[in-house]
Structures are given as structure tokens and as C-alpha cells.
Write a protein that binds this ligand. Structure first.
Ligand SMILES: *[C@@H]1O[C@H](CO)[C@@H](O)[C@H](O)[C@H]1NC(C)=O
Ligand SMILES: *[C@@H]1O[C@H](CO)[C@@H](O)[C@H](O)[C@H]1NC(C)=O
Ligand SMILES: *[C@@H]1O[C@H](CO)[C@@H](O)[C@H](O)[C@H]1NC(C)=O
Ligand SMILES: [Cu+2]
Length: 218
């Protein structure tokens, strides 16, 4: 009984660890979050249609973008467009920067060019991390003024940021044709969609099975 319980716990633990890229707290994202398709542009596996969602107000003189990163490092692109299905013609609304350290990063003063005032569209948040590019979108209505900063807008203590240039990430401003989820696994030849971490998790799991198997036969 005990070894099997241990085995199950270990399996669960590794499953939990491998299901992690990044999430967005503010503004609320559209579509069901799906870890496996977060590498599909433009919105992480979800096909947006501005006519079918309820946009949140986003204040053009300064409002909040807040994310939680579950990788040790990421470069970030904040982009917006007013295409009904979020295809292409993105405008950068914050310079590309790098986050070091897992956890929450909240940017309380993202401003939007005035030409977008009164329009409905999308804020796309793109992460470039160890297992490739990852996407989330929020549907927003660009309104006048400055947003109030929510209480959960905080930076994790381990998080630091710096300005970097990332040409591959900046090129996502021009991206418009749907990508395959294969883009999410550029570094290791792992067939699963989840990328390097699932590959690693799989290896470790196999290793543990061997060890536990040996224990059980003793
Ligand atoms: C791209 O977006 C900008 C800003 O909304 C707009 O002025 C421009 O006309 C758009 N270009 C195309 C080709 O849709
Ligand atoms: C988080 O850190 C950035 C600088 O890295 C800072 O601009 C921002 O105001 C911080 N957010 C909060 C909620 O303090
Ligand atoms: C986007 O495409 C236009 C036209 O091809 C090009 O001039 C511009 O440099 C590109 N921007 C980026 C960020 O790649
Ligand atoms: Cu990931």
C-alpha cells in the first residue's frame, strides 16, 4: 500500500509541476485557459471574436497588466489591436522587458495611444521563455482616464526586471497567420505539446518508476 501511495503522490506532483507557463490576472483573459495550447498564437489556443465577448474597460492614461510567471525567466511583449479576430497589425504598448524570477509581476501604468480611445479590441500578452512563445489575450474597451490599481497588483519579492531587446518577440507585432503548437517546442525534440518541462518530467518519472520498481522487488 505505502509504495503505491508514494508512487501516486510522486506522479501527481510531477503532473502538477509540468502544467505551468504563465497566467494573466489583469485584465481578465478571454477563453478557457489551456496550458497545452498556450503556445498557439494569437491568444493561446482560443479563437477570439470581439462580437462574442464582453470587453473590460482599459483606461488609456494608465491601467493594469498583471501576470504570474511559472518559469524562472521570460521576456514580455504587451501588444494591442482592434481587429475583430485579433489577427495582426499589433501595436506595442510597453517596451519589451525581461523578468527574472518566478511569480507575480504587476505593471500598474500601461498607457495606450489616444487613437484607440473608444475602440474595442484586444490586449495580447506574449511571453518568450525557455519552452518558446506563449500567448494570452484580454478583450478590452479603451476608455478615457486612469484605472484604479487592484489590491492584488503586486510584484513577487523574487522578481526583477530589465530592459532587453528580443527581435523574435518584437516580430510578433507583425504576426497574423495561426501558428501550430509545434512552435512551443523549439529546443528539445519532445513530441508532447507541453515542451521541455514535460519531457524532463517524463524522464524523471521513468527514473522514479525504475527506482520504485526496484524497491518493490527487494
Ligand atoms: C493598423 O492599426 C492602426 C492602429 O489602429 C491603424 O491606424 C491602421 O490603419 C491599421 N492598418 C491596417 C492595415 O489595418
Ligand atoms: C513592479 O515592478 C516594476 C519595476 O520592475 C514597477 O514599475 C512596478 O510599479 C511594480 N509594481 C508594483 C505593483 O509595485
Ligand atoms: C512589420 O512589417 C513591416 C512591413 O513588412 C516592416 O516594415 C516592419 O519593420 C515589421 N515590424 C517588425 C516589428 O517586424
Ligand atoms: Cu512553459
Amino acid at each position: 500500500m505505502a509504495p503505491m501511495a508514494l508512487f501516486a503522490t510522486v506522479m501527481l506532483l510531477f503532473t502538477g509541476i509540468t502544467n505551468a507557463h504563465f497566467t494573466v490576472e489583469h485584465p481578465p483573459t478571454i477563453g478557457q485557459f489551456n496550458d497545452d495550447t498556450e503556445g498557439d498564437q494569437p491568444c493561446g489556443g482560443y479563437s477570439p471574436d470581439i462580437a462574442k465577448v464582453s470587453p473590460t474597460d482599459f483606461h488609456i492614461d494608465g491601467d493594469v497588466i498583471a501576470t504570474t510567471l511559472t518559469h524562472p525567466q521570460s521576456t514580455w511583449l504587451y501588444r494591442i489591436n482592434v481587429d475583430p479576430t485579433a489577427q495582426g497589425n499589433w501595436t506595442e504598448v510597453w517596451p519589451v522587458f525581461q523578468q527574472s524570477g518566478q511569480g507575480k509581476f504587476c505593471n500598474p501604468r500601461v498607457t495606450i495611444p489616444r487613437e484607440f480611445l473608444g475602440k474595442k479590441g484586444f490586449i495580447g500578452i506574449v511571453s518568450h521563455a525557455v519552452d518558446g512563445f506563449l500567448y494570452q489575450c484580454s478583450a478590452v474597451h479603451f476608455v478615457e482616464g486612469t484605472g484604479t490599481t487592484p489590491n492584488d497588483c503586486t510584484n513577487s519579492s523574487s522578481v526583477t526586471t530589465s530592459w532587453v531587446s528580443d527581435d523574435q518577440l518584437t516580430a510578433k507585432l507583425n504576426e497574423s497567420t495561426p501558428s501550430s503548437s509545434g512552435q512551443h517546442t523549439p529546443n528539445l525534440a519532445v513530441s508532447s505539446k507541453g515542451g521541455a518541462f514535460q519531457g524532463l518530467g517524463g524522464l524523471v518519472t521513468v527514473g522514479l518508476m525504475v527506482v520504485l520498481g526496484a524497491m518493490l522487488t527487494v
